[in-house]
Design a binder for this molecule. Structure first.
Ligand SMILES: [Ca+2]
Length: 203
């Protein structure tokens, strides 16, 4: 009697082992039947945007690709807010910014030599945390830092993270060494002054 039970148990164990093996080897086939295709991961050292996703920078305001004459040059302004000093306005980084204390706020940049200037760009941090706002801006130029003439009259410009939080002001080319950017309004409720992460000057 015991022997029969032992034989029966052995058969059951052997069958379950065979079933497990079959299940194990059947798995890849079952996966393939589900339409699952495994591909090796590509070599990737930085975040990549799949081609099917739109490029957010495609909507950014286009800026000249020539040299930004303002970067790293001497700048002069009035009082600033907190730690947001004028040196932040042309350090080449959009995550540092200048913020004036009140209006009007003037920022003068010494290009170091005379240039035929025709474009000024004002940039804020492109991050969506910097929500859309309007700033009123005029541009003046001078050969000597004393006598300034108007290159572009005061105008209201919309900054929007969807377009890169940057604007460009184009005007008739003028031979100047000093560029003065005058801010007279900022619609942002978070500040009582002008804000600029970068002011750029182009020929
Ligand atoms: Ca900056």
């Amino acid at each position: 009697m015991h022997q029969k039970i032992n034989i029966a148990m052995a058969i059951v164990i052997a069958l379950s082992a065979v079933m497990s093996l079959i299940a194990f080897f059947m798995k890849p086939a079952a996966a393939a039947d589900d339409g699952v295709i495994t591909v090796p991961a590509p070599e990737q050292t930085k975040a990549q945007r799949p081609p099917c996703f739109p490029d957010p920078e495609a909507n950014y305001v286009k800026l000249p690709e020539t040299e930004n004459l303002a970067e790293g040059k001497p700048v002069a302004s009035g009082e600033y807010t907190d730690v947001y000093a004028e040196s932040n306005v042309n350090d080449g980084k959009t995550d540092t910014y200048w913020e004036s204390k009140g209006f009007p706020a003037e920022m003068t940049i010494d290009l170091g030599a005379q240039h035929k200037v025709s474009t000024v760009a004002v940039r804020l941090n492109p991050s969506a945390i910097w929500e859309a706002r309007t700033q009123e801006i005029a541009v003046l130029g001078s050969p000597d830092g004393e006598n300034f003439s108007e290159l572009s009259a005061a105008n209201r410009y919309g900054f929007d993270p969807n377009t890169g939080n940057r604007i460009r002001i184009d005007f008739e080319a003028a031979d100047v060494r000093f560029v003065k950017v005058v801010f007279t309004m900022n619609s942002s409720a978070r500040t009582g002054g002008a804000q600029a992460a970068e002011i750029e000057v182009y020929e």
